[in-house]
Design a protein around this ligand. Structure first.
Ligand SMILES: *[C@@H]1O[C@H](CO)[C@@H](O)[C@H](O)[C@H]1NC(C)=O
Ligand SMILES: *[C@@H]1O[C@H](CO)[C@@H](O)[C@H](O)[C@H]1NC(C)=O
Length: 442
């Protein structure tokens, strides 16, 4: 095209003067330089012209001009929406009715994919989970002709125009369909009218929990789906608690507090402030632990496993305080007795000092206690030999009457022995309690 023009130009300018010819040539050249890209574009675009194929159904809307592709695309999307509704014949049917209304029940398949269990609340007795709820059913009204048997996928806008199953969660406190960035709804329609309807939901549902073996419990929570056909679908979730957190948070400190209360038995019985403050501190700490645990639990009318442990431990701590009260009382009684019988001449010096309280319990252990602990009767005799003459007859009389009573009265009259026995009895009893407790619940 440009070469033709140049030939014509040369023929025209043959008869004109040289200067004119030069000026015109320059002008023509400028014109040519400007024209060149334009002609290039035109000549190149024609052979490469694309046949823009309509995406949908391939009917009668072939694109003629490449320059208008963008605009045409927008148009075609718009026409698709109209076509989808026309294709599915949305306007032709009353979608307020279920498919096959008046006839047999419509089978609706449901499946649930749990995305996450977000929280489980003991206090509110509920659990929250996010799940995909999918429904499958067939609606012949939405069947459409198709050459390749491929499904169509739509979003929430079409869902509002057609019939969908009225499934709801029984015992749900709150539930919502996620709507960021769009409503998390998907509708897939197959050419034969089969439909998949998928929704992403977060639901908080009630779960009546049984805490009788808390925190060593297993909860059976069920998510229930129902529709106005009155069929109910149960999905049972078996939730087993990890005990480690409660071991660390509750059981371990409780054990330490009980053990701390035993320290009192090893402190001199005359150290009243030390033993009383230790006892009170452990009792207060125990009550703090109990309060903390019950605050995070629902107020149920039955006893929980953790309550049994806490209250039994509390009892141990409490008894250790009472033990000291007993030790202190009997020590005072002994001293009163000793003051009364102060005139007795043949009193052993060591024992007198022990009753007086100048010796520590350990010193007494060295002299008289081991014998007393093993065979109280012989000790009694030994002691009686050292004391007055009337004592042996009394001792034998007591032994004949009731050995237990005799032992008890002996312990009472030697209050340091209460501590000595407690050092063994308390840990053993607590150990026994732990063995029974953990074999019962674990
Ligand atoms: C179309 O596809 C569906 C599922 O994808 C299948 O069940 C059905 O048989 C197919 N129909 C034909 C005619 O191929
Ligand atoms: C959980 O509870 C349901 C009824 O609510 C019951 O059918 C199911 O057997 C229970 N599962 C277990 C493991 O106890």
């Amino acid at each position: 095209m440009s070469q033709e023009m140049r030939v014509q130009d040369n023929a025209e300018v043959a008869g004109t003067s040289f200067t004119m010819r030069v000026a015109l040539l320059a002008l023509r050249l400028m014109c040519l330089a400007w024209l060149w890209p334009v002609t290039q574009l035109n000549s190149s675009s024609f052979p490469n012209k694309r046949r823009h194929k309509e995406l949908y159904l391939g009917e009668n809307t072939k694109q003629k001009h490449a320059g208008r592709v963008e605009i045409k695309k927008m148009d075609s999307t718009k026409s698709l929406l109209i076509k989808s509704e026309q294709l599915l014949r949305i306007e032709d049917h009353d979608f307020a009715m279920r498919p096959g209304f008046g006839g047999a029940a419509l089978p609706v398949g449901i499946d649930v994919q749990v995305e996450s269990i977000d929280s489980i609340s003991e206090v509110n007795m509920d659990f929250t989970m996010t799940l995909y709820l999918r429904h499958y059913w067939q609606d012949d009204r939405l069947a459409f002709p198709s050459s390749n048997n491929k499904s169509r996928t739509f979003d929430a806008r079409l869902v509002k125009k057609i019939w969908v199953p009225d499934v709801f969660f029984v015992h749900s406190k709150r539930s919502f369909i996620h709507d960021t960035t769009m409503e998390n709804i998907m509708l897939r329609v197959y050419p034969d009218g089969n439909i998949l309807y998928s929704v992403r939901i977060t639901v908080t549902a009630l779960c009546s929990m049984d805490f009788s073996s808390f925190p060593l419990d297993t909860q059976n929570c069920s998510l229930e789906l129902e529709s106005c056909w009155y069929n109910r679908l149960y999905i049972n979730f078996i939730l087993r608690r990890h005990i480690f957190f409660f071991m660390l948070q509750t059981y371990f400190p409780t054990m330490l507090m009980v053990m701390l209360s035993w320290v009192s038995f090893w402190i001199d019985r005359r150290a009243v402030p030390a033993r009383v403050s230790l006892g009170i501190t452990t009792v207060l700490t125990m009550s703090t632990i109990i309060t903390g645990v019950s605050a995070s639990m629902p107020q149920v009318s039955y006893v929980k496993a953790v309550d049994i442990y806490l209250w039994a431990s509390f009892l141990f701590v409490f008894l250790s305080v009472i033990e000291y009260a007993a030790v202190n009382y009997f020590t005072t009684v002994e001293e009163m007795k000793r003051l009364k019988n102060a005139k007795i001449p043949t009193f052993n010096a060591t024992q007198a000092m022990a009753f007086d309280g100048c010796f520590h319990d350990n010193d007494i252990d060295l002299t008289s206690f081991p014998e007393a602990a093993s065979t109280p009767n012989t000790e009694r005799n030994t002691q009686s030999r050292n004391s007055t003459n009337s004592a042996p007859t009394e001792g034998t009389r007591l032994r004949r009457k009731n050995p237990l009573k005799e032992n008890l009265s002996f312990i009472m009259s030697n209050s340091y022995m209460i501590d000595s026995y407690s050092r063994v009895i308390f840990p053993l009893a607590y150990l026994l309690f732990n063995i029974i407790y953990w074999s019962m619940y674990a």
